[in-house]
Ligand binder design. Structure first.
Ligand code: GLN
Length: 495
């Protein structure tokens, strides 16, 4: 049985009915990863012992007649982006800097998913320290897009998106600072949710941009994502920015969109760089929502065009500060051959960090230096306020905005090498992190030109994440659940 291609509901029903055991799910899912990941390279570490240990607990609870006590993700195969600590596993952030780092503790987001009964299959590939949009900057080699192995899966949570798209896990977790959940979700054709900043604890997730980072789930259907979000959400005393969220994210998935006001943003739809095939699919999705009774309302976001510029000031500054801890003394790679402490820092940081990480560190260091700070960092924060207000004004008129998740479908490896061009692949996602709103990518079929998945991005006011999930569930009625990529369907392994 292809357990990792099943939904949360299907797995739980099978367990309840005694059709299979959680240990069978764990064993078969690990074997599936070992077979299919040769082609995809989504996993950096596979954790059979942990999966089996969790599975045995689920089976014991079932034997004692307590499946309900195992939690809402009991027996569900999951995996985590490699910037999330899971005690006893490597947490490398796909960097040489942390190649030999073993987590002494577990991140809250990981802990909550495991508390809910999930079976941890392992850790997933990403762009180094989550800098990037393709996973090409991983020090351990890129992940391939299961829909076309010659194309990128997106990034930085490329491994998380690809693992779900290739039927290697039912649910995975990723993190999103400027688009790193939604953009790979759209490239790999899976449901990908970046909750409102503060819904999920960041404790134990290696920080990139602390005011922007947020953890969220990937799944092949909206309900699985919502169930996972229920497990993830809520106050954590270990992250002072986490909020006391008690929303049931599954509550209104069946309500439909009748009477909902969906925002359409001309600045997004007419932007230069939006490919015709993505635009066509987005317009089609808008039409479907209208046909289901939603009202389409045009809203303006006049400052949103400055989001990328503001982000590439704020994010590198925060990254520079967060990455200072990797000094080769307390943490990280230590390059031999230095003469003194200064030399140790210099050699180790030059040798441990890849090109994009070094670029961001240097940029952040420059932007925060005296004289420069006032010129860039301060205005970037002012732009941040303007963009946040733009969204607040728009939400006086609409319940949810629909936009592309990315300007085009997944591109071929090596096709984009210019950093500035790469940065544009997040042109639709970055402003949402800047404003702190919730956003998600929902698969709406394949582009007419490339035949690759297209994602519609749904954006909601802060702490109204249930709105976007409700619209996504309506789109799912039309477009169906996200399929496993054809070359990996029914147990195939990518040949
Ligand atoms: N691609 C963007 C960047 O490189 C966003 C990354 C992310 O969300 N982690 O910064």
């Amino acid at each position: 049985m292809q357990f990792a291609s099943m939904s949360v509901d299907q797995i739980q029903q099978g367990l309840k009915a005694g059709d299979f055991s959680a240990v069978e799910v764990a064993e078969s899912s690990i074997a599936r990863v070992q077979a299919a990941d040769a082609a995809v390279h989504a996993f950096l570490e596979v954790t059979p012992e942990l999966a089996l240990e969790a599975a045995r607990k689920v089976d014991q609870a079932i034997a004692a007649g307590n499946l309900s006590q195992c939690g809402p993700l009991a027996g569900v195969p999951v995996a985590f982006k490699d910037n999330m600590n899971l005690k006893g596993t490597h947490t490398t952030c796909s960097s040489r800097m942390l190649e030999s780092y073993v987590s002494p503790y577990t991140a809250t987001c990981v802990e909550r998913v495991l508390q809910a009964g999930a079976l941890p299959l392992g850790k997933l590939n990403m762009d180094e320290f989550a800098f990037g949009s393709t996973t090409e900057s991983s020090a351990f080699g890129p992940t391939c897009n299961p829909w076309d192995l010659g194309r990128v899966p997106g990034g930085s949570s490329g491994g998380s998106a690809a693992a779900v798209a290739a039927g290697m896990a039912t649910v995975t977790l990723g993190s999103d600072t400027g688009g790193s959940i939604r953009q790979p979700g759209s490239f790999c054709g899976v449901v990908a949710v970046k909750p409102t900043y503060g819904v999920v604890s960041r404790y134990g997730v290696v920080a990139f941009g602390s005011s922007l980072d947020q953890v969220g789930p990937f799944a092949r259907n909206v309900r699985d994502a919502a169930v996972t979000l229920n497990a993830l959400a809520g106050r954590d005393p270990l992250d002072c920015t986490s909020q006391n969220v008690t929303t049931d994210f599954t509550a209104n998935l069946e309500q439909g969109v009748e009477g909902m006001r969906i925002g359409v943003v001309p600045e997004f739809m007419d932007a230069e760089g939006l490919s015709a095939e993505v635009k066509d699919k987005i317009n089609e999705a808008l039409g479907k929502l209208e046909a289901m009774g939603a009202q389409l309302v045009e809203v303006e976001l006049p400052n949103v065009h400055s989001a990328i510029s503001a982000y590439y000031v704020i994010a590198p500054c925060e990254a520079f500060s967060n990455l200072a801890r990797f000094d080769s003394v307390r943490y990280g790679y230590c390059e031999p051959g230095h003469k003194d402490l200064g030399g140790q820092y210099e050699n180790s940081r030059s040798g441990g960090f890849g090109e994009e990480a070094r670029r961001r560190i240097m940029l952040g260091s420059y932007l925060l230096s005296a004289g420069v700070y006032e010129k860039y960092y301060y205005p970037a924060q002012q732009v941040r306020t303007l963009i946040t207000r733009d969204y607040q004004r728009a939400y006086e008129k609409v319940d949810c905005i629909l936009a592309p998740a990315a300007p085009r479908t997944a591109f071929k490896f090596g096709e984009i090498s210019e950093p500035a061009e790469m940065y544009l692949s997040d042109m639709y996602t970055i402003s949402i992190n800047i404003a702190g709103n919730g956003g998600m990518s929902m698969p709406i079929g394949l582009g007419a030109e490339t035949g690759m998945p297209v994602g519609a991005q749904l954006i909601t006011p802060a702490f109204k994440d249930q709105n976007m999930l409700r619209v996504a569930a309506a789109l799912e009625q039309v477009y169906g659940e996200a399929p496993v990529a054809p070359a990996f369907a029914n147990g195939k392994v990518g040949e």
